[in-house]
Design a protein around this ligand. Sequence first.
Ligand SMILES: Nc1nc2c(c(=O)[nH]1)N[C@H]1C(S)=C(S)[C@@H](COP(=O)(O)O)O[C@H]1N2
Ligand SMILES: [Mo]
Length: 355
Amino acid sequence: MAVSSEPGITFDELRLAARNHGMPLEALRWSLTPAGMHYLLIHYDVPLVDPAGFRLDVRGAVAQPLALTLEDLRARPAVDVVATFECAGNGRALLEPRPVSQPWLNEAVGTARWTGVPLAALLEEAGPSRDAVDIVFCGLDRGVEGELEQRYERSLPLAEAMGAGCVLAYEMNGSPLLPQHGFPLRLVVPGWYGMTNVKWLTEILVLEEPFTGYQVTSGYRLRQTEEEEGQPVTRMRPRSLMAPPGIPLFETRDRVAAPGPLLLEGRAWSGRAPIARVEVSVDGGETWADAELTREFDDPHAWCAWSFLWEATPGDHVLCSRATDETGDTQPLEAEWNLGGYENNAVQRVNVRAR
Ligand SMILES: Nc1nc2c(c(=O)[nH]1)N[C@H]1C(S)=C(S)[C@@H](COP(=O)(O)O)O[C@H]1N2
Ligand SMILES: [Mo]
């Protein structure tokens, strides 16, 4: 992956940004993100899928291969899961030098209620062999990446795939998936970074050896150089964001608010453990005070809401929030750089002028 030290994004980055939109941060006020405001990340093209001809194949090292139509899937017992998705590249464009890819600031997040078939039950029916190690999830979309022609496919270790909460979803917030969110079927793995939630899912392949596909062995690895093997990107690190207070300046999106009491609100999540604490700083991260936390969903990897009453004094302020999860992991003040620009969960800084 190329990196750039230029302050402005390149034309290639702009083209990606124009396709893959973020969640407008004011949508942090909604507990479930309306589908049209959920962020979007599509490596290749959105495929046009005829639902009547659609099949999900479960094959490879299984006792009983399966070929399921949408009706077959909808006839099975359904479950719901509320999951916060965050793109692993969220925060990438704030890194210096900047890894050249989708230039997210901090808006690549959203939370939806996903309805579908529990993955574990389907895998059990197919009967993975005793030597199964990885389950590969294959999308219908194809492209060229890292000079390799490929379909979008990602794997999970068998134990993670069998774990509670993985769903083959055909509905988002109670409606059929939109084309851009994976119609007619996608994988949902609560807690993992977004790339795990394979859209336009058409095949589940059980392997008796580790999967070596591009999106697992080349893409989505934490490393400083191309030569390094690095560590895979897996579960989301703790993060919090603030719903933009007051009103925006058109060009900079900085905020303007009246002096006096101002309720700061936002949401926080972690893919590793439930959120234990959210703190707020109104002086750019010098001093911190606890925010109030409200858990709206039982699902451990759905975001929770936080709020903090601030007495705004006239002048310029930098507001921050910082989440800590039950493992004790907390958001850093400064980003940790890596070549792909992944997992940047550094605290957000919100400029507010009270006047
Ligand atoms: N088939 C397929 N699945 C995919 C992708 C893709 O390009 N193709 N993008 C992944 C990435 S990188 C992210 S962050 C999430 C985004 O999901 P959303 O667009 O529904 O928010 O989908 C994942 N699933
Ligand atoms: Mo992503």
